[in-house]
Each structure stands twice: as structure tokens, then as C-alpha cells.
Design a protein around this ligand. Structure first.
Ligand code: ACK
Length: 991
């Protein structure tokens, strides 16, 4: 503590002003903010301030030192006892340095007038502050009138004698601003009018926004504006190696603060920001654009070696596509597509393939297809041309498939499927493709489009139509489907070889819907659009029309009867679907809910047609409680799991052994469905030569199919094990059983598709039963089934050529397979075509070569095999004919005595087909006696039927005429004649 000011000379008017050391210390240490620039600071002046006081006895400069002995300049005045005080203190010229608004910070102490004894009348507690602007230093004292008043300053805190005693100093700080200043400098003046003041410090400063780098832009020191609310807009300058994205700007407020930054600078490509500067990217890093915030590591298969790179270079063998971003890895073209397969459907082909093994690191793989037509010279091919259509397109294919349509029928094509990606064009001309060779089939006919209504009666409508625009072959027949409008579930189909037909049996005044389709050897075309025609009203019928039905009925009855007899004699079919032949060229069938309506014939129902397959299982298979079954032994492995055997104990029934097919754990829903589909199919059959289904276990796990147990397992293995052990009659008996089972299947409309000795089971009595219905329609489970060029899986060696080539699976193709089974049986399980490849088998069969007769095979049996292998499927015998023939052979074992010529069974050589000499029927007498019909010998001879040649031509009427009146005898003799005709036709008998 020390005396700042003592006025000992004038003890009454003077007052001692004490300033606490603490306060002085605060004065010294208070730092100046960085946005203030001092123009004057009385505290920092070492020498006298040299301000002018007038009158001279007014303000007085008093120099003191603080505790650090640093000088402190104060101006004091304290003429409180005297009247009319007007003491001025003028500062030196203060340069504005360009500031238009400056601040004056005053620190002062002021004596409380109340604390002064007797001085109250004149004592003041304020003083005034003025300024005067000038561009140069004034050599004179400025006139009072020249000053501009800034303010009257009052003390917030004044002090008293008591305060002094308490040693408490009250320092006031007041800040005033002045402006707008327009001149180079100015003077300040303090006017005292009778107060007791000590001006401890005067600081004059202006405010600025200090230089700053913001958003990579440098904003320089900026003096604030003249107005307290003014915002100065300042443009920044981009730092080194940076560029302005949007001109950077900031606003300098009157308080010296930067506000509202707009725009920014960004480091140039190859540079990144670090602490407000732009630094070059290191080797191995890059920055492609100013917009990227920082350098990035080079993406895979690329590099940089220098600093400041804007992109990375691809490693050798890798490329960057035109539109690939710089941060994407360098990539390669893809390898060729894999596993291409084709599926020919007439003149269309579906090409499918798997994506390439090597995608080159890209996802933009697309495929294109090149189609070439192969002519007679396989080395020369031509592009397919514009008529070929590609769905969805030829190039730019995103999926691994394309449908190519409108190809030429019976033509060889080569398809190249190429995989390309976004860098393939950089590596041209290297092409990576997979090739497919395809031969088209014949196309089905196009749609019948013109259908005309002819004469309409009350119960019939005559129709005629035009041949389809593109028959694509010879039209074999038309199928006319019709039904009463809104009664679609019950419809009729007429087959006709003509382009006109009369649909009869209709109801009067009713609208019927007609659809027609054509068939060629390639199959059916699509149905035409629907045509609606109406029958005439009943009453409107004319007399002629009215009589017509009677005539028609008479004619039809006649025709039907005739057709029945002729059909019986000619076709020999037991359960065909033909119920009435109106015309030799017409065939009529009625359907209800998709099923052919024939009394006494059960039609097989495909379980796949059920929306809910489990419904099919329970409709055709009995649910068995798992507790009734004991699995004792594993007997083999099926596609879906193990095949076991064990006893089945059904309540109230004797225990017996069954075969148990299990569905292995972890199956998918589809596998379960497919597995149970076998039961749904098997459950529909009831025949001694079809494996019998006992039931299914679906309510517990494992899911099981329970069938009868066949002690000798599958036929092929059984025969191999027992090579040469059976008599011919035993073998024929086995074949008869299989044929009988197949006859039953074909009668129900079921096509097996995988008939082979491995799918026949044999029981302890050598009874053979057809099995394996599970996936026999898709053949996925047969190890013999191989993929064809059309994509389907087919057991080539057992399958008829038309089924291999255009998937024409019919009972006739089953007959072909049956011929192969015969061969397997007669050769004791030999592999058909031995070790020939599937391709060679297809080729050989196509060239009309056939398997040779097995060793010791009766000629008649080999002839039957050869008949089963007729190229023309309609020429093959039907299963009922086969059964009859085998029955005959069993009854007449002598016929089996003639064996195949050794020339026909040269081992490992296929033979060209030719007719074999079969057994000879010697006389009509022998023949009739043979079937215990000897009583008719005489009548036959009397009627002129003296030779078997003549007998073979007899009709049912002829039989009646010669006196065979009993229906049973008629049937017996007629069926024998029919059998004879078949044998004559296939050459197994001669006269
Ligand atoms: O040749 P296998 O003994 O006869 O071997 C196969 C195996 O299971 C896989 O299918 C045998 N197998 C299949 N079903 C039956 C059945 N109902 N009775 C006896 N064995 C059967 C077949």
C-alpha cells in the first residue's frame, strides 16, 4: 500500500487517494484481447505523458511507481472547494490507423462529495470527455468550442474518507466509443468542473477481426466498421495448393468477431488438408478430386509411386473401365460362362449357363449370344440372321439364360455365349465364350385362327376351319374341344382328320364354346381362341331338322355298333379311351374335371395337380402309426434315404414283413413332397404286378413309405446273381408279369418313363412287380439317367428315340423300354449296349441298329423285342398285345424252341432290323383245337375258311355267320384272330 496522491500543500481541498496494491497489480496484468489494437495506453508510457492541462493549475500529472517500480502516470484534479471550475486536460494527437470507430477506456477514482466537509456547494461527482478530429498534429490548444462531447462520466463507485481509512480503493472503469471518425487522428479532452478525480489510466483502442484461416481460406486482420451494428463482408484467400469451391467470405462484426462463414476452399487433387494447410498425398495414396476430403489408399490392383498423385495406376493385366471411379479396384475381363446347357423345344431353344468362375472382380457382367447355323460342312457356319428372336435380348443379358425362338426346324446351330464386363472392351479382341451345339426339332403347328360356323340345328353345330398359317409339317389331325358356355369342367373332344366337323349331342338354344388345335408329328399346336356358337331353339326346328335326329341316331347307333365291332377286331385294345367312332377319321371323348369319362376305367391322377400335395397322399395312401413298424434291417439306399425292412403289425392283422423307405432328416419341403409323391402314385394302383403300397407314416418322423417286401430285391441284381439258373418259361413268366403290370399302368394313363430291370422288384415266388414311381416322371433319382442336350434327365439306354429327342413320353415309349427289359432278362442282367457311350447309343439307334438277340433267346421273344424297338412308335405292339403273346407262348412252349440265329446275336454287335421267321400255324383245325374250340372245325371248313390266311381276315359278323353264336366263344376266337394279326404284322408268325 502506498500513497498515490497526497496533497499536503492544500490539506483542506486535497484528499489522499489510496490505490490498493492489488488494484494496481490488476491494472498491470490485465491482458489486451487480440481483437483490440491500442492507439494509446497511458499505462505503457514510460516518460511523462506530456498532455496539456489548462489552466495550468487544474489537472496535474503525478508520476508514481508501482510495487515493481514501474512508473504510473496519473492526472488528478481536486478543486472541490472552489467555484467555477473548468479544468481541461488535452491528450496528444492520437492516430486512428484507419479505424473509424475507437473506444476510450478510462480508469479513474472519484471522491464522494458527501464525504467532504463543507464543500458540498461546489463539489462535483462527474467530469466530461470530448474529442476533436484533425488530420495533423495541432500546435495550439484546441478551443473548447471545437470539441465534440463524447459523454459526461460519473463514477459508479466513489470513495469516502472512511474508505481511505479502510484502505479500500474504488477504481471505476468506463468505456465510451466515438465515431465515425473520418480524419487521420484526433485529440481527447477531459473537462473537470469541480470534482475530485484521479485519472489512473486512459486507453484508446479500436477493434479488429484478427487474421484467421477458416475453411482453408485466409482472412486478414480487418478493422471493424464505424457503426456498432455493422457487419463487414470480407473475402478470404485460398491457402497454398487449394482452390475455391465457392468464394469464401466471412463477416467482421463491430465487436471484432468473425461471423457467418460462407463458401470454402478445398485442397487441390493430390493434396489433403492438414492443420489448415494442403499437404501432398503420400506414395500409395491418391486424391482424385478437390471435393474428396482426404487422400485415399490406392484401391486393390493399383499403385502410385510419387507424392501428390491424383489417381493410381493399374497393375499389369488389370484395367479401369471408362466410367469406373478412381477409388474402384482395377479389374479384369471375366472368364467364359460355365456349364451351358440347351433345352430344345421344337424350333426354340432355351440356353442356360452358370456365371463365369472368374468375374474379374466386377459385378457388371453381362452376356451376349452369337447364333450360327451349321450347314453340311461343319467347319463353315453362317450367322443366324434377323429372323431369329432372342428373349429378353441377344446382348446385354443380365440373367444366365436366353430363349432363342424362330429357328429353322431340323437344323444344327452353334451358340456362343460370351461373358463381358466393363473392361472387356479394353482387352479386345480376346473373346471368352462357351459353345453349345443344338439341333432343332420340328415345330408344332401354329394356331388355327379362322373357324366358321356352318349349319346349326337344335342339337348340333357344323364347324369348318382353315389349316393353320404355319402347319410346320403334315397335319395328322385336329382336336376340337367344346363345352357349353360356363360349363368348362365338362367338355367333349372330337378328333378329326378333316377341317370340318359336326358337334352333336348339344342342347337347343345354348351357346357352346369351341377351340381347335392341329397336330403334326411334332405334337399339338396351341388351342385356337374361343369361338362361341349357338344351337337353334327347339321350337324353331324345321320338319327336316326335326327328323334329322332320328336319322342321325339311327346312323350313329349303326356307326357306333360297327365301330365297336371293328374296333374290337382291329385295335385289340382293352381299355382305350375311344367310346364311339362316328367316322373313321373322327374320335370323340368326354371329359369331366379333366378326367376322361369311361365307365370301368380308373384314370391315374397326377399328384402334382393337387394344390396341396399332402392332400394327394392322404387321398391315396393310408396313414400308418409308426408304432406298428419295426425297422430291422437296412436293405439299400434310396434317393431320399435308406430302404429298410421289418415287420408291420396292424391291429387285427397278421404280422408280415414290409419294405420301409425312409426320408432322411433335414429334408426340404420339396423333397418331402417329391418323396411322398411316390406313395400318392403307388396308392392309386392295385395290381399283382405293381408294387403294393401298405401306407405312409407322415405324422411322425422319419417320414416313411411302407410297401410290400420283395424278397429277391431288384430284378437286374437278382438275374446277375442267378445267371443261367432259370428255364425259358420262368423267364417268360417274369416278362409276362412285367408286361401285365405295364398294361395296367398304360390303361390307367400312367407313363412310367423309367422302366428298366433295376426298377422291377422280385419276390420269393419270382413274381415281378413294377416299382419306382417316385420321380419316374422327372427321373432325377435314376443313376442311369443322363442329361440330354435339351436339359432333361433321361436313361438313354432304355428310352425310345422320340422321348430322348423331343420328350415324347407315351405308353409306346414305355413299350420300347419294355423291349430293353426283355433283353436284360433274357441276357441275365447284361448291361444294354454294354459299355457304349450314351452318345453312341443314340447315334446307333438313330441309324436303325438294334441290340442283338441274347444268347439262347427264343426267336419269338427276340422278335417281340425288335417290335418294341420300332422307330415308328405307333407300330410298336401295345402292352395288352404283349401280354397276350406271352400268354400264348407260355401255353405253347414249343413256340419257344426256335432260338435266335447265332448271326443275330454276335456279341457286342448291334444288328440291323429284319423280320425273323416265327412259329408256323399249320392248320385251322390245329388252331381251333389249340383253344378248345374244335367243335367249330366243320362249320369253318364248310363256310370256306380252310386256311389260316382266310381265318385271319374274319370279322365278328363272319364269326356269327359261320355259327359261333355264344358271346364268350365269339370273344375267345376273335381275340385269337386279333393276336394272330399282330403276329403276322410283326412277322413272328407266317402261314
Ligand atoms: O437290389 P435291391 O436289393 O432291391 O436294392 C434296392 C434297394 O432297396 C434300394 O432301392 C431294395 N428295395 C426297394 N424296395 C424294396 C422292396 N419293396 N422289397 C425289397 N427290397 C426293396 C432294392
Amino acid at each position: 500500500m502506498f500513497a498515490l496522491w497526497s496533497c499536503t500543500r492544500r490539506p483542506v481541498s486535497c484528499t489522499k487517494v489510496w490505490v490498493s496494491l492489488l488494484t494496481l497489480a490488476a491494472l498491470r496484468t490485465s491482458a489486451i484481447p487480440n481483437n483490440e489494437v491500442n492507439l494509446l495506453d497511458s499505462r505503457s508510457v514510460v516518460d511523462d505523458l506530456g498532455w496539456i492541462a489548462y489552466p495550468k493549475n487544474g489537472w496535474e500529472e503525478i508520476g508514481e511507481v508501482d510495487e515493481n517500480y514501474s512508473p504510473i502516470h496519473t492526472y488528478q484534479v481536486c478543486k472541490v472547494m472552489e467555484h467555477n471550475q473548468n479544468n481541461w486536460l488535452q491528450t496528444n494527437w492520437i492516430l486512428t490507423e484507419g479505424a473509424q470507430r475507437v473506444f476510450v477506456e478510462l480508469k479513474f477514482t472519484l471522491r464522494d462529495c458527501n464525504s467532504l466537509p463543507g464543500g458540498l456547494g461546489t463539489c462535483k461527482e462527474t467530469f466530461n470527455i470530448f474529442y476533436f478530429e484533425s488530420n495533423e498534429k495541432q500546435e495550439r490548444v484546441i478551443r473548447e468550442s471545437d470539441y465534440v462531447k463524447i459523454d459526461t462520466i460519473a463514477a459508479d463507485e466513489s470513495f469516502t474518507e472512511l474508505d481511505l481509512g479502510d484502505r479500500v480503493m474504488k477504481l471505476n472503469t468506463e468505456v465510451r466509443d466515438l465515431g465515425p471518425l473520418t480524419k487521420k487522428g484526433f485529440y481527447l479532452a477531459f473537462q473537470d468542473v469541480g470534482a475530485c478525480i484521479a485519472l489512473v489510466s486512459v486507453r484508446v483502442f479500436y477493434k479488429k477481426c484478427p487474421a484467421v484461416v477458416k475453411n482453408l481460406a485466409l482472412f486478414p486482420d480487418t478493422i471493424t466498421g464505424s457503426d456498432s451494428s455493422q457487419l463487414l463482408e470480407v473475402s478470404g484467400i485460398c491457402v497454398n495448393m487449394s482452390v475455391a469451391e465457392d468464394l469464401p467470405r466471412m463477416h467482421c462484426s463491430a465487436e471484432g468477431e468473425w461471423l457467418v462463414p460462407i463458401g470454402k476452399c478445398m485442397c487441390q487433387p493430390g493434396y489433403e488438408e492438414q492443420n489448415g494447410t494442403c499437404q501432398a498425398c503420400r506414395p500409395g495414396f491418391f486424391k482424385a478430386s478437390a471435393q474428396s476430403p482426404s487422400c485415399n489408399k490406392c484401391p486393390p490392383h493399383s499403385f502410385t509411386r510419387a507424392e501428390g498423385c491424383t489417381s493410381c495406376q493399374c497393375e499389369p493385366g488389370y484395367y479401369r473401365g471408362g466410367s469406373d471411379p478412381d477409388n474402384m479396384a482395377c479389374t479384369k475381363p471375366p472368364s467364359a460362362p460355365r456349364n451351358a446347357i440347351s433345352n430344345v423345344n421344337e424350333t426354340s431353344v432355351l440356353l442356360e449357363w452358370a456365371p463365369p468362375a472368374e468375374t474379374g472382380g466386377r459385378r457388371d457382367i453381362s452376356y451376349s449370344v452369337v447364333c450360327r447355323k451349321v450347314g453340311s460342312d461343319p467347319w463353315r457356319s453362317e450367322e443366324c440372321g434377323g429372323h431369329v428372336r432372342y428373349l429378353p435380348g441377344r446382348t446385354g443379358l443380365r440373367n444366365c439364360s436366353v430363349m432363342v425362338t424362330d429357328l429353322l426346324a431340323h437344323t444344327n446351330y452353334t451358340f456362343e455365349v460370351e461373358a463381358v464386363n466393363g473392361v472387356s472392351y479394353l482387352v479386345a479382341p480376346v473373346r471368352r465364350f462357351v459353345t453349345l451345339n443344338v439341333t432343332t426339332n420340328q415345330a408344332a403347328p401354329s394356331l388355327v385362327s379362322v373357324v366358321k360356323k356352318g349349319r346349326a340345328a337344335k342339337d348340333s353345330i357344323a364347324l369348318s376351319w382353315k389349316e393353320p398359317e404355319r402347319p410346320n409339317g403334315i397335319i395328322l389331325e385336329y382336336e376340337i374341344k367344346y363345352f357349353e358356355k360356363d360349363q368348362e369342367t365338362s367338355y367333349t373332344i372330337i378328333k378329326s382328320k378333316e377341317t370340318e366337323v359336326i358337334a352333336d349331342g348339344l342342347r337347343p338354344s345354348s351357346v357352346y364354346v369351341f377351340q381347335i388345335r392341329a397336330r403334326t408329328s411334332a405334337g399339338y399346336g396351341g388351342f385356337s381362341q374361343r369361338f362361341e356358337f349357338e344351337t337353334s331353339p327347339y321350337l324353331a326346328a324345321s320338319r327336316d331338322q326335326g327328323q334329322l335326329p332320328i336319322v342321325a341316331v339311327a346312323v350313329i347307333v349303326g356307326v357306333v355298333l360297327l365301330a365297336l365291332v371293328t374296333g374290337f377286331l382291329l385295335s385289340g385294345r382293352r381299355c382305350g379311351y375311344s367310346i364311339a367312332k362316328q367316322d373313321p377319321d373322327e374320335e370323340k371323348m368326354h371329359f369331366h374335371s379333366g378326367l376322361l369319362q369311361l365307365p370301368g376305367v380308373r384314370t391315374y391322377i397326377d399328384p402334382h395337380t393337387y394344390e396341396d400335395p399332402s392332400q394327394a397322399v392322404h387321398e391315396f395312401a393310408k396313414e400308418i402309426d409308426a408304432s406298428c413298424i419295426t425297422i430291422e434291417r437296412v436293405i439299400g439306399a434310396g434317393e431320399f434315404g435308406e430302404v429298410c425292412s421289418g415287420p408291420l403289425r396292424l391291429p387285427g392283422k397278421r404280422e408280415f414283413t414290409v419294405a420301409i423307405k425312409t426320408l432322411k432328416a433335414g429334408y426340404t419341403e420339396k423333397q418331402r413332397r417329391d418323396f411322398l409323391a411316390e406313395a400318392s402314385i403307388m396308392g392309386q394302383f392295385d395290381h399283382p404286378n405293381i408294387i403294393h403300397l401298405e401306407g405312409v407314416v407322415t405324422k411322425s418322423k422319419p417320414v416313411m413309405i411302407i410297401t410290400e417286401y420283395m424278397e429277391n430285391g431288384s430284378l437286374d441284381t437278382f438275374l446277375k446273381k442267378n445267371d443261367g439258373q432259370f428255364t425259358v418259361i420262368q423267364l417268360v413268366g417274369m416278362l409276362r408279369g412285367i408286361a401285365s403290370g405295364m398294361r395296367y399302368l398304360s390303361d390307367t394313363g400312367f407313363v412310367h418313363r423309367d422302366l428298366a430291370a433295376r426298377n422291377i422288384l422280385v419276390n420269393s415266388n419270382l413274381v415281378c412287380k413294377v416299382s419306382d414311381f417316385g420321380l419316374s416322371r422327372v427321373l432325377e433319382d435314376d443313376p442311369e439317367a443322363a442329361y440330354t442336350t435339351r436339359g432333361g434327365k433321361i436313361p438313354i439306354r432304355w428310352t425310345a428315340p422320340e422321348a430322348i429327342t423331343f420328350r415324347k413320353f407315351t405308353s409306346a415309349s414305355d413299350v420300347w423300354s419294355y423291349g430293353i427289359v426283355m433283353w436284360e432278362v433274357m441276357s441275365y442282367g447284361e448291361r444294354p449296349y454294354w459299355e457304349m457311350s450314351n452318345q453312341d447309343v443314340i447315334k446307333a439307334v438313330e441309324e436303325n441298329y438294334r441290340l442283338p438277340g441274347p444268347m439262347d433267346c427264343p426267336a419269338v421273344l427276340y422278335q417281340l423285342m425288335m417290335d418294341c424297338w420300332q422307330k415308328e412308335r405307333n407300330s410298336r405292339p401295345k402292352f395288352d398285345e404283349i401280354v397276350s403273346l406271352l400268354d400264348k407262348l407260355i401255353r405253347n412252349p414249343i413256340s419257344l424252341k426256335t432260338l435266335v440265329n447265332s448271326s443275330d446275336r454276335e456279341s457286342n454287335l448291334l444288328v440291323e432290323p429284319r423280320s425273323l421267321d416265327g412259329p408256323i400255324f399249320q392248320s385251322v383245325e390245329d388252331w381251333l383245337e389249340g383253344m378248345k374250340m374244335g367243335r367249330y372245325v366243320e362249320t369253318f371248313v364248310e363256310s370256306g375258311y380252310t386256311t389260316m390266311e382266310l381265318v385271319a381276315q374274319m370279322t365278328l359278323d363272319d364269326l356269327r355267320r359261320v355259327g359261333v353264336s355264344l358271346a364268350g366263344h365269339q370273344k375267345k376266337i376273335a381275340s385269337s384272330i386279333q393276336e394272330m394279326r399282330v403276329q403276322l404284322m410283326n412277322g413272328s408268325v407266317t402261314f
